[in-house]
Design a binder for this molecule. Structure first.
Ligand code: ZN
Ligand code: ZN
Length: 143
């Protein structure tokens, strides 16, 4: 009998035992799994935060990074903006990378921070999309 068949036989013989073990310890097993996942999520979050800080500091030329327009410095509010409004050709070429998020930030870092991007907060980014420029600019001029 080879090892594989032996293992299978052993499993078959103890199947009921494994099942009982799982039922008895289900709570513990699930809790352990959940804890494991949580710990890893923490690590993942820290890694993303580090990457974001690195990329955003580079593009906003300041550390901690801030919005080029209004100076907002909350990392969660900040986004990378395509200065010349997207550039569809570029977007198509790097479709996957430019869809945003971690993949995009990693791509920027890997490509030695290509020019043509700036750091904007969500507010300024939305405003710019809406009216081609952020109202902060006109507000500043009016002052
Ligand atoms: Zn802003
Ligand atoms: Zn603004």
């Amino acid at each position: 009998m080879d090892k594989k068949t032996l293992a299978k036989k052993l499993y078959q013989a103890n199947k009921e035992y494994y099942k009982q073990y799982y039922i008895k310890n289900k709570k513990r097993i699930v809790a352990r799994k959940r804890l494991h996942w949580k710990e890893h999520q923490g690590i993942r979050m820290r890694m993303v935060e580090k990457l974001k800080t690195e990329v955003f500091s580079h593009y906003s030329k300041s550390n901690p990074p801030k919005c080029t327009c209004c100076g907002e410095s909350g990392l969660v509010f900040l986004t990378i903006d395509h200065i010349n409004g997207g550039g569809r050709k570029h977007l198509k070429k790097h479709n996957r990378e430019l869809r945003g998020g971690t993949v995009f930030y990693r791509w920027l870092r890997k490509n030695n921070y290509p020019k043509g991007f700036q750091v904007l907060c969500y507010n300024c980014n939305c405003a710019k999309r809406w009216s081609k420029f952020c109202p902060h600019k006109t507000l500043k001029n009016e002052k």
